[in-house]
Design a protein around this ligand. Structure first.
Ligand SMILES: Cc1cc2nc3c(=O)[nH]c(=O)nc-3n(C[C@H](O)[C@H](O)[C@H](O)COP(=O)(O)O)c2cc1C
Length: 198
């Protein structure tokens, strides 16, 4: 391959790693739990599915995370996937200078876990293992229950929030085509066009 300034790999540092990983567009979720009657929750985008049998997912939480510590103590947590209309909740669950749950509509799982109302999807999880991941903990959890609704996801890309615009022509099945037909929204300048390989 021709060596141009663009295709020469640079030695990584935390700034370039963060900026480059920012090109991997993700959804945005809030993980929530409760301990001694107090609710905890934080915004994440490190959510990944791990296994189908059993149904496992993982989240990575900073070692100093108050929510992460509480999840490890309680052993159970919920995940609320944010819709495009819930962008303000993402900011709310990052900031530390206020009560993140004040005035918020909270719904409860069958096991009593607090979850955000109107989220696109909910998962109820039980911690199975915690692994070292540098300055983060990798929390692997079994999903005991989940539900979803129609709607548009909040997307995080290059440090900014946006929506998703799906290419109808790339959709593989009728369900995906329906989602594409309903999809609207864009990043302010460079619109995200995603093939929906569902
Ligand atoms: C879009 C977005 C995604 C984030 N993803 C994560 C994540 O996956 N893991 C993490 O530890 N922090 C993540 N953060 C930062 C935390 O939300 C933030 O540090 C928060 O204040 C931690 O609160 P806590 O101490 O209750 O955990 C993310 C922030 C944003 C805006």
């Amino acid at each position: 391959m021709r060596q141009t300034a663009e295709n020469v790999l640079q030695k990584v540092n935390h700034k370039s790693f963060r900026a480059t990983m920012g090109l991997f567009a993700t959804g945005v979720a809030v993980v929530t739990t409760e301990w001694n009657g107090r609710m905890f929750g934080t915004t994440i985008n490190s959510l990944t599915s791990v296994s189908l049998d059993p149904c496992l997912l993982l989240v990575c939480l900073k070692k100093q995370s108050e929510t992460g510590e509480t999840i490890k103590r309680h052993g159970q947590f919920a995940v609320s996937l944010l819709s495009e209309a819930q962008r303000d909740l993402s900011d709310r669950f990052v900031r530390k200078d206020h009560d993140r749950f004040a005035g918020l509509e909270i719904i409860r799982s069958e096991t009593g876990l607090p979850m955000l109302a109107d989220a696109l999807a909910h998962f109820c999880c039980e911690v199975r293992s915690v692994h070292e991941g540098g300055d983060h903990d990798i929390i692997v959890a079994e999903v005991h229950a989940c539900r979803q609704r129609d709607g548009q996801p909040l997307v995080f890309y290059r440090g900014a929030y946006g929506g998703l615009s799906l290419e109808r022509s790339h959709c593989l099945d009728a369900g995906a085509a329906e989602i594409a037909a309903r999809s609207r929204g864009s990043f302010a300048d460079d619109q995200l066009r995603a093939a929906c390989m569902l």
